[in-house]
Design a binder for this molecule. Sequence first.
Ligand code: ATP
Length: 199
Amino acid sequence: MYLKRLEIQGFKSLADKTELYFNPGITAVVGPNGSGKSNISDAIRWVLGEQSAKILRGAKMEDVIFSGSDKRKPVGMAEVTLTLDNSTGIFPVEYSEVTVTRRVFRSGESEFFINKTPCRLKDIHELFMDTGIGKEGYSIIGQGKIDEILSSKSEDRRLIIEEAAGIVKYKNRKLQAVRKLEDTEQNMVRINDIIAELE
Ligand code: ATP
């Protein structure tokens, strides 16, 4: 599995449509300080579902939208599309490529797509769960991340191992099922109260 293509428009300093193609092997992005190298990895984090403006080095989510420069007016929308190879079938879709797209408007409204079909952020999180790619994955190692992992509590470190072992999806499903059971139990108590009142 590898990243094939990244399309960015209106995201941070990348106002114009920018397309990056990644071939198998190593790709290095080089450029002077402040030229936008980290903005590219921010775009990848963002399209994978990052919701923390702080992790994206901003104060609020709309800060990812190009805010203008000496020569250009601000734009109203940021859009990023990431294409991943799915020839090994790691993603549960029948296509050999998977594209995920995220848009945000100045109004704060967001849109998400998987293979051009509108979806929820939750669907994007689920798609990447247990692949190591998602926003909680270990495929993006930012500055200070290694230190953070080494010095983190053993329970926090376990989350990374669980993601690699592919059990996060099942843990999440179990949590949802337990919540449903609790709701159902509450409903049963209420129904029994009503029955007792009627009798
Ligand atoms: P360094 O090598 O110093 O880490 P870099 O190449 O990684 O730098 P980035 O941090 O990716 O650079 O880019 C910083 C640039 O992006 C700054 O010039 C900043 O003004 C610009 N920038 C960030 N957010 C926006 C935005 N919303 N609109 C316009 N420009 C932005």
